[in-house]
Design a protein around this ligand. Structure first.
Ligand SMILES: NC(=O)c1ccc[n+]([C@@H]2O[C@H](COP(=O)([O-])OP(=O)(O)OC[C@H]3O[C@@H](n4cnc5c(N)ncnc54)[C@H](O)[C@@H]3O)[C@@H](O)[C@H]2O)c1
Length: 366
């Protein structure tokens, strides 16, 4: 891989939402210290006009703070907001993708032919694209569209907690190129953010993607005041379905990946504290009468829910393969989200007896 100017790598971050801003802050604290990286981190901003009339990118560059998506946290003077996608990436040889997943394809198309040779990418994005020919993970979409190697970073990483430097861990998933994975790990690791690498890109990415669907289920359980045992049961059933679904789609997925930060740890934090859980709780408290779109707009102020769209995408894959009966939790979440089932259905499994023994799961006898 070629280095940037003066033999140093140059980092650009594509995305400036809640996690995009926190990731930029974390990376900029490292690029300022590490001799093999150029200090400056360019952050592409999807431009918005703030209620004050000011542009978001100008406000970030003036205050060194993203007042919309990460208020109250200084990003570092070496984070430079850039509303022009092409200009943000033109000198970079290390690209960090961190937008809501529904925007990635459009962004990648705009970047075709605009990148430096030898560019490496990493995706922090949770979600998948479902195409006629089957599901496409976001890292593969980036690789296929831009012809570049792309790792993934997932983990128990609620952005607002990392913003104030509370200790957490993350997992980098890679395919073959261990050297690239180690370079990304070096760039992301801080004393409060420990990163491990795993040669199982699909396993890591599917963990990060599917846990958002389980978090919707956990939020429904909270909204129905069902208590801790029920929530633990939902998390266990969810984890089992996550593993079975991942292994059916990609037989190379490893069991051990589910014990990394991207697996069980991310599932726990998202089911306890994430935005998918919070909005699903409100959905259940309203008896399913207010839509997820309405609650997202009201509760998240421009931030995006990933669990509802991922549940739909997973459901499309399940329907295509005729697998719904095998995945009662994943299927039920989607059917509740679209109003086909009431929120209380989230705990009605007794009529289902999925046999997951062929992908390493027990056969329940309920
Ligand atoms: N926030 C977290 O705690 C967290 C943690 C880990 C991973 N993630 C993942 O990171 C990814 C990005 O999430 P986030 O929290 O940074 O974003 P966010 O939900 O906070 O913000 C939404 C972002 O989308 C941008 N946007 C809106 N319309 C757009 C368009 N048409 N084209 C391009 N961008 C547009 C907005 O400007 C904003 O930057 C998601 O895949 C999410 O699942 C988030």
């Amino acid at each position: 891989m070629e280095n940037g100017h003066a033999g140093k790598h140059r980092v650009a971050v594509i995305g400036s939402g809640n996690w995009g801003s926190v990731a930029s802050r974390l990376l900029a604290s490292n690029t300022a210290k590490l001799p093999s990286f150029h200090d400056e981190v360019r952050m592409w901003v999807f431009e918005e006009t703030l209620p004050t009339g000011e542009k978001l990118s100008e406000s970030i560059n003036q205050a060194h703070e993203n007042c919309k998506y990460l208020p109250g946290i200084k990003l570092g003077t070496n984070v430079i907001a850039d509303p022009d996608l092409e200009s943000a990436v033109k000198d970079a040889d290390m690209l960090v993708f961190v937008t809501p997943h529904q925007f990635v394809e459009g962004i990648c198309k705009k970047l075709v032919g605009k990148l430096r040779p030898g560019v490496e990418a990493i995706s922090l994005i949770k979600g998948m694209e479902v195409k006629m020919e089957g599901p496409c993970m976001i890292s593969k979409l980036i690789t296929d569209t831009l012809g570049i190697n792309c790792c993934v970073l997932m983990g128990a990483n609620i952005a607002n907690e990392i913003a104030v430097e509370k200790f957490s861990e993350a997992t980098i998933g890679y395919r073959e190129d261990k050297e690239a994975a180690n370079r990304w790990a070096k760039l992301f690791t801080t004393p409060y953010f420990l990163v491990a690498i795993v040669e199982d890109i699909e396993g890591v990415e599917l963990c990060g993607t599917l846990k958002n669907v389980v978090a919707i289920a956990a939020g429904l359980v909270d909204g129905l005041d069902m208590g801790n045992n029920t929530k633990a049961a939902i998390m266990r059933i969810g984890l089992r379905e996550m593993r079975a679904f991942s292994k059916l789609l990609f037989p190379s997925v490893r069991d051990n990946t589910f014990f990394e930060s991207c697996g069980v740890a991310d599932l726990i934090t998202t089911c306890l504290g994430g935005r998918n859980r919070r909005v699903a709780e409100a959905f259940a408290r309203n008896g399913g009468k207010r839509s997820f779109d309405e609650l997202e707009a009201e509760m998240l102020h421009g931030q995006k829910l990933q669990g509802v769209s991922t549940a739909r995408e997973v459901y499309e894959v399940l329907t295509y393969h005729g697998w719904q009966e095998l995945f009662p939790l994943l299927s039920t979440v989607h059917e509740i989200c679209i109003g086909q089932l009431p929120p209380t259905s989230i705990v009605e499994y007794s009529e289902h007896t999925p046999n997951l023994s062929f992908v390493g799961g027990s056969t329940p006898c309920y």
